[in-house]
Design a protein around this ligand. Structure first.
Ligand code: ZN
Length: 441
């Protein structure tokens, strides 16, 4: 019984809209019903979290690598709000191109952390020509796990009196009157009888500086949403940088002054459009990718509305050249996985972009001039439909490899950005075939 309630609450949270409760409950009724012949697991099948590093194991492994290598620098750049766990930052490489990479800002989205740990190990200890190229061409600033509290979140899912380790999206920080004029929309409890916390990918602010927010010309709408006037535009639903984790990441991004900003996530389960026929079931998309781009591509944006203010459709602060580099990044990922031929990997889709003014990508990219890439692999640890941990790891690894190698050897400049528009948009959600068209990022 609790499990069911829990899934319902998660669904609502993933939709990112408190007001979507009805739609989420509605889709919950249909969970498990819509399974068009796919080889997909049912709703009871969850990740075995033993495959993932606990905070303690992550710290031990980072320290071990740091001891054995003189190439990396390991720093504690902050502490999580709930458990007081370290937020780690690794810097490595001496190239001219700066890459900022963050993982697991949503605690139930751990695969980027696992793959990044392997990347760090390679860069710190590897001796291949490939590693040498990466170290010579790139300077990495990496936050392996932004949300240690969400990552380790435990809840008594089956109501047996003891909590299970499931992970969750938000951190575990309380909101107190005085923290802000109103409680922000992105502070909520999942499950609804657990302590609330922040969705930290809504807590960023384009100032990237918590102290500067007080001097902003901001207004609250509906007592939940903080809108900021910034350089002649109204940035709706901006974040307040109330989470210490977010402040640490923002400071890290400013120090890195990245040419590329990359963030790894998980999403729900979606079909690959126009796949399958009478004989074969449709494919599930293994991963969606999303750039951040500016007005140069406005008319091609899937959410363009000529009547809407530009900042609702695209990022007005991202110039044409940076927008193009962002598309090139996304093309590299799709191409790398597509080159494996007809397989589960040949199913990368495009996550339709529009700005989310409290997110990492839509604040770091405009502030630092970075080209952006967001990965969304399939399935969160606390939602249903977890399958193929190895496949998600592999897809992420190949995406990372293709992009980093092309940045390091300069071949990214030869990628035809136009190919981005040929990547199909993500198809229907499997858990909600009747479609609630809202983001999970
Ligand atoms: Zn996420």
């Amino acid at each position: 019984m609790r499990r069911r309630t829990y899934l319902k609450a998660t669904g609502t949270a993933l939709l990112g809209l408190a007001a979507a409760g009805t739609a989420a409950a509605d889709s919950d009724e249909r969970r498990g019903v819509y399974r068009p012949g796919g080889p997909w697991p049912g709703s009871e099948q969850a990740y075995n979290l033993d495959a993932f590093h606990t905070n303690e194991e992550l710290a031990a492994e980072l320290r071990r690598i740091d001891r054995r290598s003189d190439r990396i620098s390991l720093q504690e750049i902050g502490e999580s709000a709930g458990l007081g766990e370290p937020i780690w930052e690794v810097t490595v490489g001496d190239g001219d191109t700066s890459v900022h990479l963050i993982n697991q800002i949503h605690g139930d989205e751990p695969i980027g952390t696992e793959v990044t740990l392997e990347l760090i190990r390679d860069l710190a200890l590897g001796n291949s020509g490939r590693v040498e190229t990466l170290l010579d061409g790139l300077s990495f600033t990496i936050v392996p796990r932004v949300n240690p509290d969400g990552a380790m979140f435990e809840y008594d899912v089956d109501d047996d009196g003891s909590a299970e380790w499931i992970g969750r999206r938000t951190n575990t920080q309380a909101w107190r009157p005085g923290d802000s004029k109103y409680e922000p929309y992105y502070h909520y409890a999942v499950p609804d009888d657990a302590p609330p916390g922040y969705d930290m990918n809504r807590d960023f602010n384009v100032a990237l500086d918590a102290d500067a927010i007080g001097s902003q010309d901001g207004t609250w709408t509906d007592g939940r949403y903080y809108d900021v006037e910034y350089e002649g535009y109204t940035l709706r639903s901006s974040g307040l940088m109330l989470a210490p984790e977010v402040r640490a990441v923002a400071a890290s991004a400013l120090r890195a002054a990245p040419d590329y900003a990359i963030t790894h996530h998980h999403q729900g389960r979606y079909l690959y459009p126009d796949s399958g026929d009478g004989n074969r079931p449709p494919k599930q998309t293994i991963m969606s990718v999303m750039p951040a781009y500016g007005p140069v591509y406005r008319e091609r944006s899937p959410f363009d509305d000529p009547e809407a203010p530009v900042e609702d459709v695209v990022d007005p602060f991202i110039d044409a050249e940076t927008s193009e580099r962002s598309l090139q990044l996304n093309v590299l990922v799709e191409r790398a996985l597509g080159e494996r031929g007809e397989s589960v990997f040949d199913s990368v889709t495009r996550y339709g972009y529009y700005p989310l003014w409290g997110s990492y990508l839509d604040t770091v990219c405009p502030r630092t001039g970075a080209a952006g890439l967001l990965y969304e692999v399939t399935g969160q640890t606390d939602d249903r439909g977890q399958q193929g941990f190895g496949q998600m790891v592999q897809a992420t690894k190949e995406g990372f490899a293709a992009t980093f190698e092309a940045m390091a050897d300069g071949s990214i400049a030869d990628v035809n950005a136009e190919e981005y528009w040929d990547i199909p948009l993500t198809g229907d959600p499997l858990s909600n075939p009747h479609g609630v068209d809202v983001p999970t990022r």
